[in-house]
Design a protein around this ligand. Structure first.
Ligand SMILES: Cc1cc2nc3c(=O)[nH]c(=O)nc-3n(C[C@H](O)[C@H](O)[C@H](O)COP(=O)(O)O)c2cc1C
Length: 246
């Protein structure tokens, strides 16, 4: 009972349940290689798709579809689209970064046993949807939530997932025969892997560091820093960082 006499709900997650959720979050990685040949059973695939389908969505719009791509002719076409976009990308980086960029492997389209394209139907349930009236892109964000649910569930199943975004949507839409109102949100490479790197590969390669969370937290308004305005939280955030392992 709370002080006011109302019934409060006890957290029904056991310590081990909580640990499982956090473990999936901290050990999830973007996977571009190290796939091995084991096939993904329909049982496991069904579970991760259900996890994606239970993502939150604006107005319960559920704007997603899941295109499961095994066909090599289609994958090769997607890979060509990737190569095209990646050669454009290479030129966008300053010369000092370009060489390093070119060494990164940023996709596993052909090596992974399964590719999944998660889409957003921008017209599902018509033009007016609860919660999407002021911010029409909320449907896209909902599909992103589905992507992340799938990514975490896959990690819990021991499956690697890599997101490939270096592809022009118009080329991808053409290859996958998407109608006008269906937007590709994420192109994913999925499969069992030999290992999950302990850290983001871009961090290990010295491309970018993980930022300090406590510096990203503001109180009430932009740039009103946490250290001054909520020092206890600031300290807690700092010390907690060292207590989990990626
Ligand atoms: C929206 C989005 C697009 C991404 N696109 C790519 C991509 O095209 N190629 C790639 O190698 N990784 C891509 N990534 C993965 C990120 O590089 C990766 O999440 C980040 O470096 C942190 O590493 P981690 O996911 O292993 O923790 C993408 C991730 C997100 C969320």
């Amino acid at each position: 009972m709370s002080a006011k006499g109302n019934l409060t709900i006890k957290n029904e997650f056991k310590e081990s349940d909580k640990n499982g959720v956090y473990r999936a979050i901290y050990s999830r990685r973007d996977i571009r290689g190290q796939f091995h040949g084991d096939t993904i059973s329909e049982e496991v695939l069904s579970r991760i798709l259900h996890a994606a389908h239970h993502a939150p969505s604006v107005g319960f719009m559920q704007p997603w579809n899941f295109i499961l791509i095994k066909n090599f002719k289609i994958r090769r076409a997607v890979h060509e689209a990737y190569k095209h976009a990646n050669s454009e990308a290479t030129l966008m980086f300053s010369e000092d970064k370009r060489e390093k960029y070119q060494k990164f492997k940023l996709e596993g389209i052909l090596e992974s046993p399964l590719n999944i394209c998660i889409t957003c139907d921008r017209n599902r349930f018509g033009p007016t949807v609860i919660g999407r009236t002021a911010n029409p892109d909320m449907d896209m964000f909902s599909s992103v939530c589905a992507v992340h649910n799938l990514w975490l569930a896959a990690r819990a199943e021991g499956l690697g997932v890599g997101w490939v975004s270096i592809i022009h949507n118009r080329e991808l839409s053409e290859i996958l025969c998407l109608p006008e109102n269906i937007v590709p949100v994420a192109y994913l490479c999925v499969g069992y892997v030999t290992h999950f790197p302990p850290k983001p590969e871009l961090e290990s390669a010295g491309w970018l560091p993980r930022l300090s969370l406590e510096k990203l937290i503001f109180c009430d308004q932009w740039k009103t820093d946490c250290q001054t305005n909520w020092p206890k939280l600031y300290e807690e955030v700092q010390s907690y960082r060292n207590s989990y392992q990626e």
